[in-house]
Each structure stands twice: as structure tokens, then as C-alpha cells.
Design a protein around this ligand. Structure first.
Ligand code: SF4
Length: 284
């Protein structure tokens, strides 16, 4: 069996949060640059260039890309040869607390949705665990902005609604969101599964690299068609019009009940902050 020290998990999470909230990854920057070059709407082009300028200032001056530093979403791939003699969830949250306080990042979590008292350190994080082969802990982390999350939607379609029903729902969601989801977007789409898995699959789709294409032909065709149709909606960067409403569409599908066709749309704003780190277990 192998072990990863609690202190290493805490330090890693802390550093990942501080870095990801201030530096957009290179692939995201390239995609924004490519879109700014192709954008024909004057206002849309100027917004894309401002987003790029903002990213460059954030990196240079070591300040957050956006005032909304989000809810911390964590997907952990846990190697089944690892042993934890401590509470991994508690360690992750300790790292979150340190990341948000030492990084001087906005704390955006309230303890209860109705009493709305701030927890003051952005805990608890939303954590998902996947058990995998091996002795590594792969941490995928994303500080997820509230604006785009608020405009995300889920619907239990009927199988008779079919592919067209899925497309209509995704387009309706992006249109309703308008500028409030801070486009250009990455659109995560879950189809199939049940009520809870469809939402998780839409979220997981957002963790795929921006240039990643699903291997499943039926889903890839849907990704291509959706991207084309979304970019014809003329929502544009920050909702001010233009060709660039979405930078990418990611579809993740799952088997489902014969009577069901669940669909979930999780929107990611242009401040698409995420990071991945692999920790390798040492002899126990
Ligand atoms: S949705 Fe994204 S870009 Fe908009 S305020 Fe929130 S984090 Fe910032």
C-alpha cells in the first residue's frame, strides 16, 4: 500500500487554488486569441481583447482574474492502492481554507442557503471521489464562478423529444443566460443517466481540456452541431453581440432508463479557471 501525507494534500490544494484563480491556462488564452481574431462584431472583438488584457494583468500583477473566485469544485481520482490514515475530505477543506485566506481571495460560501452566514474561508468545497487503479491521487480543481453556475439548467426530457429536444434545450439555456453567464462560454452538456448523474456529467464535461474532442462519434457530432448553432445566437462576448458566444461544447453521455432522456447544461464563463495535479503515493 502507498500513502500521501496530509500536509502534502493541504499544501497542494492551497497552491492550486492561488495559482488557478490568477492564471488562465495557455490553451484557454490561445482559444480566446483565436476567437478575437475571428470575431467580426466590433464590440464583441473589443470585449475579447479586454478579457485577454485582463488575463495578462492578473498574471503579471498576481491578482485574481475575477472578483468572483467561486465555489471550489474538486474531482479526485483516488488510486485504490492508496491508504489514508486521515480524513481526506477534511484535508482538502483545510487546503481550501488556506488557499482562500492566504491568497486574499473572496469568500463566497454561506453555511445555510436561507440564513446566509458566510463561512469566511470558502469552505466547504464540493468534492467528488472516483476510485481508480494505481497508487496516485489525481486532483482536478476548478474555482467555479456563481454567475455561470446560476444560469445552468437541467430537464428530464421524454425519449420522444430525442436529439432535437436536447439541442433545443441547450440553445434555450444559452439564450436565456445571455450576458449573465459571462460569455464566451464553455458549455458542458450531460445527457442520459438519471437526475443526479446527468448534472455531474455536465460538470465533468467542463473539466475536459478545451481542445478535447469526445471519442464517441454520436456525441462528437452533437458537440459540433451545438457549437455551430450556439454561435449563431448572436449573444456574443458578455452578451453584447457577435460570433463568439461559446468557445467549446463538451458532451458527456451515460446509459439511461427506457422512459427517460435527462439533459443538463452546466455553463462555464470565460474565467475558466481549472488545474490538475497528480500526487504519487510513497511506501506506507
Ligand atoms: S461568472 Fe465568471 S466571469 Fe462572471 S463574475 Fe462569475 S467568475 Fe467572474
Amino acid at each position: 500500500m502507498k500513502k500521501i501525507e496530509r500536509s502534502l494534500v493541504i499544501e497542494t490544494i492551497k497552491n492550486m487554488i492561488i495559482e488557478s484563480t490568477k492564471i488562465l491556462d495557455d490553451k484557454m488564452i490561445s482559444k480566446l486569441e483565436e476567437s478575437a481574431n475571428l470575431e467580426t462584431n466590433k464590440l464583441g472583438k473589443s470585449v475579447l481583447n479586454k478579457i485577454l488584457e485582463n488575463a495578462s494583468i492578473a498574471k503579471e500583477d498576481n491578482i485574481p482574474l475575477c472578483q468572483d473566485t467561486g465555489v471550489l469544485v474538486c474531482i479526485l481520482e483516488v488510486g485504490r492502492n492508496l491508504v489514508f490514515d486521515y480524513d481526506l475530505t477534511e484535508a482538502i477543506n483545510r487546503g481550501v481554507s488556506l488557499g482562500y485566506t492566504e491568497g486574499y481571495l473572496r469568500k463566497s460560501i454561506v453555511r445555510h442557503p436561507l440564513s446566509r452566514i458566510n463561512t469566511l474561508d470558502n469552505t466547504p468545497a464540493v468534492i467528488h471521489y472516483d476510485l481508480v487503479e494505481g497508487d496516485e491521487l489525481v486532483i482536478h480543481l476548478a474555482p467555479k464562478g456563481g454567475g455561470s453556475e446560476n444560469m445552468s439548467r437541467l430537464k428530464m426530457l421524454s425519449p420522444a423529444d430525442g436529439r432535437d429536444g436536447v439541442i433545443d434545450f441547450v440553445l434555450e439555456t444559452v439564450k436565456l443566460a445571455g450576458g449573465r453567464a459571462c460569455p464566451p462560454l464553455i458549455v458542458g452538456v450531460g445527457i442520459g443517466g438519471n437526475f443526479e448523474t446527468v448534472a455531474y456529467n455536465a460538470k465533468k464535461a467542463l473539466f475536459r481540456p478545451i481542445d478535447d474532442e469526445t471519442k464517441l462519434d454520436i456525441d462528437r457530432k452533437l458537440e459540433i452541431e451545438l457549437l455551430k448553432k450556439i454561435n449563431k445566437l448572436d449573444v456574443g462576448p458578455m452578451g453584447l453581440g457577435g460570433l463568439t458566444t461559446a468557445l467549446a461544447v463538451k458532451v458527456n453521455s451515460a446509459p439511461c432508463h427506457i422512459a427517460a432522456l435527462p439533459v443538463a447544461v452546466n455553463l462555464q464563463c470565460h474565467s475558466a479557471r481549472k488545474k490538475e495535479v497528480t500526487l504519487v503515493g510513497k511506501d506506507y
